[in-house]
Design a binder for this molecule. Structure first.
Ligand code: FMN
Ligand code: EPS
Length: 388
């Protein structure tokens, strides 16, 4: 399976194409739209989310709600485009007196300056329109389709917030089935510990008042993933490395770790390796999950635990020092309408990209032309592992 996304933030629409997806999956459009709606939520988002009402439209690869095995094309309209139809017209250049809302003062932390330097753009809007995380709406839609395939195989996956700036939203290590259940069923605010919500909102309000922004830490867990996805045989077959690349491919993500993460480097081996057990009912299992479900770049049958750090939003309403690209004069960075924090939507985006990578790994392991054959091969494989 491969996929592409295209589209500018204030252009007419986002487009996604998935190729190599099996025939025969009953697709729920409501479930895709539910994820899109959740991605728009979260305290601290900017005015744009009041304008948009993200809904997916499918124009190929699905018939009567069932996938055909042919390329699936998805689109999501940018409702805001109506306010930008001249500025962002793909074909026609507007009258010379139109205000093109050119961006000339690059924002530290955004793609503006380096994107302009690399592609030779003199209006940095040409950079920010595509570097904008508006694109993550499409990755969430594609992830929602992949999640439906994973669910069909019995795999469950959820992203949620662990930290917002200096405030800890959740500190559990998620080792017990109860804790995993709680995270997977956490409400659409993606903050498992609801007692913290008020303090978090207050903190976001204060940060906004100060013209500043916040990042945070999110976690994805995936449950009921069989052992043996990915491979130790070549570095580029390791599934943990593919997931790491997909996570760092999300706008503003700067760190990724598995299981106990960077703490692993501070502990002796006896506290880190997950002891091996076997019993008739469960087959092979571990008594702990410090390594987050990966050994040798392969899933080991334990829940996957993937942590990731998002830097604060780069656009500051109290802007930092910058330099105008034409005059080279000192200038405050441009201010574009912006979120104060996007950590809640980011937890949906990371869930989506992990679902996509898991789906790719499964489709790369089994025959993926038809769902029925995939399910049969998959369940046979799981039985074989149990009896190994
Ligand atoms: C869901 C989401 C929403 C974001 N919203 C904004 C925003 O409103 N303003 C902004 O400057 N950056 C925002 N960002 C971050 C920028 O898109 C990102 O920092 C920028 O593209 C530069 O890429 P890099 O941080 O990966 O280097 C957002 C990121 C995500 C994941
Ligand atoms: C549009 C979305 O996020 C945008 C991501 C973003 C950025 O620079 O990354 C900047 C803002 O764009 P705008 O200036 O149009 O408000 C966010 O709103 C979205 O998540 O749907």
């Amino acid at each position: 399976m491969i996929y592409f996304t295209a589209g500018e933030s204030h252009g007419p629409q986002l487009t996604g194409i998935i190729e190599g997806f099996p025939a025969g999956l009953h697709l729920s459009i409501d479930r895709i739209n539910q994820k899109l709606s959740e991605r728009q939520k979260g305290y601290g988002r900017g005015y744009r989310q009041k304008i948009e009402k993200d809904q997916v439209k499918i124009t190929s690869g699905v018939r009567h709600g069932i996938t055909l095995g042919s390329p699936i094309t998805l689109t999501i309209a940018n409702i805001d485009h109506k306010h930008w139809s001249k500025i962002m017209n793909p074909i026609h250049r507007p009258n010379p007196d139109t205000n093109l809302r050119e961006v000339k003062n690059p924002r530290p932390g955004h793609a503006d300056l380096v994107g302009g330097m690399k592609y030779g753009h003199r209006d940095l809007r040409n950079v920010l329109e595509r570097s904008s995380a508006r694109e993550t709406a499409m990755r969430v839609a594609i992830g929602a389709i992949c999640t439906q395939l994973l669910n069909e195989l019995g795999i469950r996956i959820a992203g949620y917030v662990r930290q917002i700036g200096s405030i800890e939203a959740d500190s559990d290590q998620l080792l017990t089935p109860d804790q995993i259940e709680r995270a997977i069923n956490c409400n659409d605010l993606r903050i498992v510990n609801q007692d913290k919500v008020e303090a978090i909102h207050e903190f976001i309000d204060q940060t906004k008042k100060a013209g500043d922004t916040l990042g945070g830490i999110v976690r994805v867990i995936a449950e009921n993933v069989p052992a043996g996805l990915g491979s130790y045989t070549s570095w580029n077959e390791k599934l943990d490395s593919k997931i790491a690349a997909a996570v760092i491919g999300i706008n503003a993500f700067k760190g990724v770790s598995f299981g106990d993460g960077f703490d692993l480097g501070t502990k002796p081996g006896s506290q880190v390796m997950d002891p091996i057990y076997w019993d008739q009912d469960q087959g092979w299992y571990r008594s702990s999950d410090h390594l987050g479900g990966f050994e040798g770049g392969m899933t080991n049958g334990m829940p996957l635990i993937i942590n990731a750090a998002m830097k604060p939003i780069p656009t500051l309403y109290k802007p930092l020092h910058s330099v105008a690209i034409d005059t080279k004069e000192e200038h405050k960075a441009s201010i574009e309408r912006s979120d104060v924090t996007a950590i809640v939507p980011a937890s949906l985006v990371i869930e989506a990209v992990v679902a996509i990578e898991l789906c790719k790994a499964i489709l790369g392991t089994f025959d993926c032309a038809s769902m029925d054959r995939l399910k049969k091969q998959y369940h046979d494989y799981c039985d074989e592992l149990k009896n190994y």
